[in-house]
Design a protein around this ligand. Structure first.
Ligand SMILES: [Zn+2]
Length: 145
């Protein structure tokens, strides 16, 4: 007799069981998998969810395998990226980092704390994003003007 519960069409039962509960889902805004609160359900499935991280409410999307998407610079990924870039620019001289320096994309940069890195992004007007072996850092300099 308990098995009949599964086929029950009583929406109240289904609703009470899931709404407000946490579920791991893909968030487009965060471009990553996040814990979400279930907002609405259909049967025993979540249909709308709200992201814990950014608060965005959106249709439920199952967690994604994010390998290969260039959004995560943590851990071994940074080291791979760094190796690739260092290789690609292996003939470029290493400039030592200084506030007064002038840097452009692809410049190799030696930092007293972080070691050798590659300038991967120029952030207007006076910051650069540098990929070091262990981490991606934003450094300030006096600008290219
Ligand atoms: Zn989010």
């Amino acid at each position: 007799m308990e098995k009949n519960l599964e086929k029950s069409n009583d929406p109240a039962t289904a609703k009470d069981s899931l709404v407000g509960k946490d579920i791991n889902a893909y968030c487009k805004k965060c471009t990553s998998n996040q814990e979400h609160i279930i907002v609405t359900t259909k049967g025993d499935k979540a249909t709308r969810v709200k992201c814990h991280e950014c608060g965005d409410e959106h249709p439920y999307k199952s967690p994604q395998n994010l390998d290969g998407l260039a959004v995560d610079f943590s851990g071994t990924h940074t080291e791979l990226e760094w190796e690739k870039l260092m290789n690609a620019h292996k003939d470029a001289p290493i400039k030592s980092y200084a506030m007064k320096g002038k840097y452009t994309l692809g410049d190799k940069l030696g930092h007293p704390t972080f070691g050798d890195g590659i300038v991967s992004k120029h952030i207007y007007p006076n910051k650069i994003e540098v990929i070091f072996k262990d981490a991606v850092k934003i450094l300030i300099y006096s600008g290219n003007s």
